[in-house]
Design a protein around this ligand. Sequence first.
Ligand code: 13P
Length: 260
Amino acid sequence: MVKKPPFVAGNWKMHLTMGEAKGLATAIVKVSADLAGAEIVLAPPFTALGEVKKVLEGSPVRLAAQNLFWEEKGAFTGEVSAPMLRDSGCQYVIIGHSERRQYFGETDDGVNRKIKAALKSGVFPIFCVGETLSERESGQTMDVISRQLQGGLDSIGAGVLKSIVIAYEPVWAIGTGKTATPDQAEEVHSRIREKLALKYGNGTAECAIILYGGSVKPTNSFALLSEKNIDGFLVGGASLEAESFVQIVREAIRAYKEKK
Ligand code: 13P
C-alpha cells in the first residue's frame, strides 16, 4: 500500500457568515505550520470563498467549493461553474455529496458531468459516495457504492484518477453522531480500492486517496485513520470549530506516523 499524507477537508455546508468564516479560517491558518504533513482543505459556502481565500493566501491550507454546475457559462440562474471556482481560488470542489443527491436530485450521470467539468478547469473533485441506512440494512451497501463509482467515473481514464479524491460517507453516519466503526469503514474502503484496481489497475488504485466522512470527531479519528485504506477525512460538524478540526488533523497525523 502506498502511504499518503493524511488529507483532511472541512465541509462547512450551509453555515457561517463571511465574518464567521474569516474567523474560523484565521484560527486554522494560525496553527497550520504545526500541522505540516497533512493536506488541509476548507470548503466554505460560496458567499465566503472570497474572504477565506484571502486568509489562506501564503498558507498551506487549500480552498474548496461545495458544488458546481457542469456548463462553463450561460443562462443557468443560481449556478456556479468550474472556471468560476478556479477564478475564486478553489483547488478542490466537493461533488455528489449525499445531501445534494438526497435534497437536490443529483444523479450519478450529473455527478459524472460535474467531475469532468471540474477536471477540465483544473479543479480537483472530492467525489462522494455512500449508502443509506436502509440500503445497508438490506445488504446493498456494495451494490450502491459500485453503482455510484461506476456512474461517477464513467469514461474517466486512469491518467486523471490521481486528480480525484474519493470520499466514502455512509448517509446514516452523517450528522447523526453515529460513526462507522473503523472495521465497517475499512471494509468499504478496501472494496472501493478493489473496484478501482479492477478498472484502473493496482498501481493507480493504491495511489488513490479515499476519505471517510460521517461524524468524524477528535475521539474517533486516530482509530479510523489507523486503518490501512483510510487516507483522511471529510468532516462536517466538527470542522465548524477550529479546536475540534485542528485536533482531528493532529490525530490523523499521529495515526499516519504510526501506520506501516
Ligand atoms: P458530519 O461530520 O457532520 O457527520 O458530516 C459529514 C459530512 O457530510 C461531510 O461532508
